[in-house]
Design a protein around this ligand. Sequence first.
Ligand SMILES: Cc1cc2nc3c(=O)[nH]c(=O)nc-3n(C[C@H](O)[C@H](O)[C@H](O)COP(=O)(O)O)c2cc1C
Length: 138
Amino acid sequence: MKLPFCDGGKDYSDFPDVHVLQEVVTAADGLILATPEYHGSVSGVIKNALDLMGFTELSGKVTGLISVLGGQPNSNALNEMRLIMRWVHAWVIPEQIAIGQAWRAFDEDGKLIDEKLAERLDEFAQSLVKNTQRLRQG
Ligand SMILES: Cc1cc2nc3c(=O)[nH]c(=O)nc-3n(C[C@H](O)[C@H](O)[C@H](O)COP(=O)(O)O)c2cc1C
């Protein structure tokens, strides 16, 4: 998507992808947010994309978080995303995934090499679906 820098305004008519992003997220049952860890935090790209939305799109949305890192896995970017999503009243599931040393974490088919991590990813996905169904029924 071609997204502009968020300037705090409301008129992004020169960038139709802003509307597409907002519509797609509004229509979603649940969200997975994934970011590379940059300087111990989220990437500017995902922060900007989230800044282009607000309560209308994100409030009440069940969300799962994934980070990928060049170094060892940690929770820095995940914690930052959790804070951002709490701020817009989303429901972030407790399960989360940090994929360390991303440059060697995947095989040629794009599958995770570490079986335990792959299992955790399955559990993460199951929790996201289960909790999305629960909250939407309520
Ligand atoms: C500006 C910048 C900052 C980064 N900061 C971190 C960091 O704090 N910790 C880390 O483990 N990796 C860091 N990395 C490595 C990225 O997390 C890594 O490249 C990314 O997760 C893998 O995606 P890629 O294969 O598309 O580069 C940084 C990379 C860039 C470009």
